[in-house]
Design a protein around this ligand. Structure first.
Ligand SMILES: Nc1ncnc2c1ncn2[C@@H]1O[C@H](COP(=O)(O)OP(=O)(O)OP(=O)(O)O)[C@@H](O)[C@H]1O
Ligand SMILES: [Mg+2]
Length: 226
């Protein structure tokens, strides 16, 4: 599903260069649930941005579903991102003026799905995350956990091959974090591939594999026994 070969990512110009990723090689198979951990500045978000096709590596090769990402055209890249990848962010990234339903159906705007079908699929996704009765609410009318559920429903609406989550519980209290992690575990149990960044061991423990990073390197890659 995901294969990284000798990926590097260097920021900055010639004078001041920051090597955020140094020679990362990694394979993630279908239906894995991976947590990426590491201290601040170790390269977790940089890795997620490359995996999510939001950023390109300075060198190395990235294959997603067998497709070499570095050689595909920009417009193909946005289609691929929209159809194959679901994102969940720490701060939810919902559009404040739109209802939950309209937020969830954003990814369908770029496909040929008509309004009625989009709304139907959106309502179905909201029901899946336990928010059937909140479709007409706007983000400010919802709790943090509810907002993150809307973001998860949006991430799922195109039935993506993989979900990337960067600190999905970073803005949530512990009870709500548990709810969100239970939801991610359900998705994993139903076959979803998930890669998640977290600072917290208790959150990483929900995953089946933990990758630890330091200074742009992977220093540990282990399967969980839970
Ligand atoms: N746009 C950028 N320009 C220059 N340097 C950057 C940029 N983005 C990240 N870096 C640097 O790359 C390194 C890795 O950053 P990254 O954001 O991937 O870390 P992180 O592991 O996600 O940290 P955190 O846990 O704080 O989110 C850091 O040294 C950071 O300063
Ligand atoms: Mg980060």
């Amino acid at each position: 599903m995901i294969q990284l070969d000798n990926i590097t990512r260097t920021y900055g110009s010639q004078d001041i260069q920051v090597a955020a990723l140094k020679d990362i090689s990694l394979v993630i198979k279908e239906n894995e649930f991976v947590a990426v951990m590491g201290t601040s500045g170790s390269g977790k978000s940089t890795l997620m941005n490359i995996l999510g096709c939001l950023d390109s590596p300075t060198s190395g090769q990235y294959f997603l579903s067998g497709q070499l990402i570095s050689t595909i055209e920009d417009h193909q890249l946005s289609t691929l991102r929209n159809e194959k990848i679901g994102f969940i962010f720490q701060s939810f990234h919902l559009l404040p003026r739109l209802t939950a339903l309209k937020n969830v159906t954003i990814p369908l705007r770029y496909s040929d799905v008509n309004q009625q079908e989009a709304d139907q699929r959106g309502l179905h996704m909201l029901a899946q995350v336990g928010l059937a009765d909140r479709s007409q609410h706007k983000p400010f009318e919802m709790s943090g956990g509810q907002r993150q559920r809307v973001a998860i429903a949006r991430a799922l609406i195109n039935n993506p091959s993989v979900i990337f989550a960067d600190e999905p519980t970073g803005n949530l209290d512990s009870t709500t974090s548990t709810e969100i992690m239970d939801l991610l575990c359900q998705l994993h149990a139903s076959g979803q591939t998930i890669v998640m960044v977290t600072h917290e061991e208790s959150i990483a423990a929900y995953a089946k594999r933990i990758i630890r990073m330091k200074d742009g390197h992977i220093i540990e890659d282990s399967l969980c026994t839970n």
